[in-house]
Design a protein. Structure first.
Length: 202
């Protein structure tokens, strides 16, 4: 699934570094789970439990549904009208909200230019088809993790646990956070975790 700022191409390298510097049988936290690109690349046996979360309810609705066995239908006819309904009525409990919000938007920008029926770059698939193919490839890995809708400050890692954060970049497009993202507060929080013995990767 296309996602602005997603780490699809970097995920393997990031996962290798995290695994290399993590102790055995600790918990892993990813409080900005986004497109769920990292966990499928982790050596899951290394971790006792994997906790994925995001402040954006629509993303969590999607990954919970996928974990429960749901996938968007390949025969589903995407439409601008349905996209607008999900967007303007803020139907974030519907897993299709995230499919339209990111997978059918140019560059994976939250409700950016509608691309659902257009052909994706260098493929014969539409943006919608590319999105559901990506989600389907990740489905088996969702069983490794729990998914919670919460702010990053609400996670509760213990000493030795691992936290990977991919927060919104300063001075770039917003992905979906409500209100401005406070980078100073984030870095203060991350430093506090680190000094408490939590292994923090950003």
């Amino acid at each position: 699934m296309r996602y602005l700022g997603g780490k699809h191409y970097q995920a393997k390298h990031i996962a290798e570094k995290i695994t290399e510097h993590s102790g055995p049988l600790v918990d892993f936290y990813e409080p900005f789970v986004g497109a769920f690109n990292l966990v499928p690349r982790l050596k899951e046996a290394k971790f006792k439990a994997i906790h994925c979360s995001d402040k954006l309810e629509g993303l969590i609705s999607l990954w919970r549904a996928v974990k429960g066995g749901w996938l968007p239908s390949i025969d589903y006819k995407v439409s601008r009208a349905e996209r607008d309904r999900l967007r303007f009525f803020d139907c974030q409990k519907d897993p299709m909200w995230a499919v339209y919000a990111f997978g059918c938007s140019f560059g994976g920008k939250l409700f950016g230019s509608y691309t659902g029926e257009k052909q994706a770059n260098k493929t014969s698939n539409t943006f919608y088809q590319s999105c559901i193919n990506s989600i389907a490839r990740k489905q088996k890995h969702t069983n490794l993790a729990s998914f919670s809708c919460m702010d990053y400050t609400q996670i509760n890692p213990k000493k030795g646990d691992v936290v990977y954060c991919d927060p919104p970049y300063k001075g770039t497009e917003k992905v979906g956070e409500k209100g401005p993202f406070c980078h100073e507060a984030f870095w203060n929080w991350a430093e506090h975790l680190s000094t408490s013995g939590v292994k923090v990767f950003v």
